[in-house]
Design a protein around this ligand. Structure first.
Ligand code: ADP
Ligand code: MG
Length: 701
């Protein structure tokens, strides 16, 4: 009998040589590893299709029909054998470019065949090239009806006889030797019943060798649930433990700083969503537990004022706060903004970045250490060891996905008396399924409402041919007193060329929009901080009407008078980037426009990205399209996350299973936090024995 931990070389049919290749090529060391090497597709020959029902190129079909014609056409390289297969529903052309002789000799017109292959479209008709052909004898009809797994293999494996078929053979041997007792069932029966899940042993048998689609679906669903469920259980358990273990500073009062700001300074009514999120934060502050909260809010939803008011709550309770932003521009902008909003309230605000040096820096650090400074705004310089606070109570991180996990974690250590409360803000809307996974151990607040009076940005797709027309529109907007962004792509790998494009674009615009009537700013990552700031300020103050820039303006920049944006080579940007960029306009009361300029020819993905942008302004819809197009591993800020590697689950598709899994995990922990109930024993064992590799990366945020 077989044990799963047995080395793969001992499985019948493997041996030392094949074992070597299996290890190297597939990372399969033990029988268990092989068991979890799942098929990546299946060949469904359980049924015969009707020829008339072919609907999609690339799909596989099995027909039963009579060969009606067979002839050789063309000559030389164009020589081919063409046949016609007919069933009661219609007919299809079969084509061979190779083995023409052999096929011609063996196929007989008038006989009935079982034909299996992939449909291709040619001249608006479907045909099938090099199909598998078998005579439709009673025996063949019986044995042809299989549902076969296809396993990923490689050239080296194939050379050792382990192509998809070879692996299939090994898998049969493995599964035949496997006793049910070897497969531990960790999901309690009551949950299996509630969600109609099949057992684990069954599921593993059937993911490899289902008899039909229904069995495969049941196996897949069970195993996906399991994957998502255990991850959620683990994340929620970590969150509970952290809350129990770490004391948080208690900010219980709302004092003068907060009240004075609220009554005298706040220039607008808060939206319902802002109020709700502030309430959630306030409850965290009062709870005695350390806050670890993610605030998600689309661009322009007003996260800054939420951050500001949270910092005032900290101040009212005698604590310092810091606000960290990913770029100097953004940090500077926050600093200017906050200074303005808090003017006359007696709040001391400081600014720190790599460019603050010498005496200025020393003075700032001193005030920070003595407690004279209440709030410090800055870039990642804030996390350096030499930045010491007197009493840091709240750390806020804006656009958190721009920071690495370790960077964020360092803010935790900035107060020896205990970790400050942590608030992270993101304008990159994360699809719910991803948020539940990536930030599964954080509390999440969503600002899902824009301040009143905003008009959605109108987005249009234009190609090179319309350049003149676009320029005309720019002039019209500028004549109305508005400002314009022109954005160029800047990608690391092609930086040199991109920089050249940007500069020649800038020159062209300078020619078409000459001074003194027009003034133009330029901004890109290669410029010195002081120059960037100068150019930015000119644009902010309205001294320039056009800002030619790269994506450095993507994050957070706020110039409400800018109402027109042209994005050059828009097809080269990712969806979330386009959305962020577009968020720079539509910040005032005026109707704003975003023009996506692209070349004439677009890839299918490129087209879909542009269309998505034209169709919707909803960040969550865009994020979901992004997830669909690129897969979870490529969504911004998630690249390094091992948590998104699933065997089967697909966050873009399995939202419902995920929601059920998370909900179930939450209920279990609510009722039985330590998993002590006898029916949860299996869960506990499973978590303890398999949990080691699970890294949780959002912990810190
Ligand atoms: P983001 O969430 O993208 O960081 P900001 O905090 O920069 O958004 O806010 C965008 C703009 O909306 C700012 O000019 C801000 O003053 C304004 N704003 C924020 N909240 C409100 C509100 N409740 N009513 C009106 N304007 C608001
Ligand atoms: Mg912001």
């Amino acid at each position: 009998m077989l044990q799963l931990d047995t080395g793969i070389e001992y499985l019948k049919g493997v041996g030392p040589q094949r074992a070597e290749v299996l290890k190297k090529e597939l990372g399969v060391f033990t029988c268990r590893d092989l068991l979890f090497h799942f098929p990546f597709r299946y060949i469904d020959r359980t049924q015969f299709h009707r020829i008339r029902d072919i609907s999609a190129e690339g799909d596989q079909y099995q027909f039963k029909g009579i060969l009606r014609r067979l002839e050789t056409l063309g000559d030389g390289r164009a020589k081919r054998l063409v046949g016609t297969l007919r069933d009661e529903s219609g007919s299809i052309e079969l084509v061979w470019f190779k083995s023409i002789h052999w096929m011609e000799k063996n196929l007989v017109v008038g006989k009935e065949y079982i034909v299996f292959g992939r449909a291709t479209e040619f001249n608006a008709r479907f045909n099938m090239a090099h199909p598998e052909m078998e005579e439709a004898t009673p025996d063949n009809l019986q044995s042809a009806r299989t549902f076969d797994p296809v396993y990923p293999s490689t050239d080296n494996l194939t050379q050792k006889g382990l192509d998809a078929r070879g692996i299939r053979r090994l898998m049969r041997t493995l599964l035949e030797g496997l006793r049910p007792g070897e497969i531990l069932e960790a999901i309690p029966p009551y949950i299996q019943t509630a969600f109609k899940l099949i057992g684990r042993y069954d599921a593993i048998q059937k993911i490899h060798f289902p008899e039909n689609q229904l069995e495969l679906d049941a196996a897949t669903r069970r195993l996906k649930f399991e994957e998502l469920f255990f991850l959620q259980l683990r994340l929620l358990q970590i969150r509970r433990r952290r809350k129990d273990a770490i004391r948080g500073f208690v900010f219980e009062k709302i004092g003068d700083y907060f009240n004075n700001f609220f009554h005298q300074k706040l220039p607008f009514e808060l939206t319902g969503a802002q109020k709700r999120v502030l309430k959630e934060i306030r409850a965290d502050f009062a709870s005695g537990q350390q806050m670890n909260r993610l605030v998600q809010g689309d661009v322009g939803s007003g996260k800054t004022v939420v951050a500001l008011m949270s910092m005032l709550m900290a101040l009212d309770n005698g604590f310092q706060s810091c606000l960290m932003a990913p770029t100097e521009i953004l940090a500077q902008q926050h600093f200017n903004n906050l200074n303005e909003m808090l003017e006359g309230l007696g709040v001391n605000i400081g600014y720190l970045s790599g460019t603050v040096k010498g005496k200025k820096r020393e003075a700032l650090l001193e005030k920070l250490a003595s407690g004279e400074l209440h709030i410090v705004i800055g870039t990642h310089a804030l996390i350096e060891d030499w930045v010491v606070f007197q009493n840091l109570g709240l750390s806020i991180i804006d656009e958190q996905h721009r920071f690495g996990v370790e960077q964020r974690a360092r803010l935790w250590a900035k107060n020896p008396a205990g970790p400050p409360h942590v608030l992270v803000m993101t304008a990159t809307p994360i699809p719910r399924t991803l948020a539940m996974t990536l930030y599964g151990d954080l509390d999440v607040s969503v600002i899902d409402e824009l301040p009143p009076g905003r008009k959605p940005v109108e987005t249009q797709h234009r190609t090179e041919h319309h350049r003149l027309r676009v320029q005309g529109l720019m002039k019209e907007e500028i004549a109305k007193g508005r400002q314009v962004y022109v954005v160029y792509p800047m990608i690391e790998e092609t930086e040199k060329v991109d920089l050249l494009n940007l500069m020649s674009g800038y020159e062209a615009i300078s020619r078409d929009f000459p001074p003194p009537q027009y003034q133009i700013s330029i901004l890109h990552g290669r410029m010195k901080a002081a120059d960037k700031d100068f150019e930015m300020q000119r644009f902010v103050k309205g001294q320039t009407q056009i800002m030619v820039a790269t994506t450095v303006i993507e994050v957070g920049v706020n110039v409400p008078n800018a109402s027109f944006m042209v994005i050059e080579n828009a097809e080269r940007f990712g969806l979330s980037q386009l959305h962020q960029l577009r968020g720079r306009v539509g910040r005032g009361a005026e109707q704003s426009y975003c023009i996506l300029l692209t070349s004439f020819k677009l890839s299918a993905d490129g087209k879909e990205r542009i269309q998505t942008m034209v169709q919707t302004n909803d960040g969550f819809k865009i994020a979901e399209a992004d997830l669909r197009l690129r897969g979870p591993g490529n969504i911004e800020g998630t690249q390094q996350s091992g948590m998104l590697r699933f065997l089967l689950a697909d966050l873009a598709r399995d939202g419902q299973i995920l929601a059920a899994a998370r909900d179930t995990a939450a209920k279990i922990l609510e009722a039985d936090p330590a998993l002590q109930a006898p029916e949860h024993h299996g869960l506990k064992v499973h978590l303890e024995t398999t949990g080691k590799e699970a890294r949780v990366c959002s912990r810190i945020s």
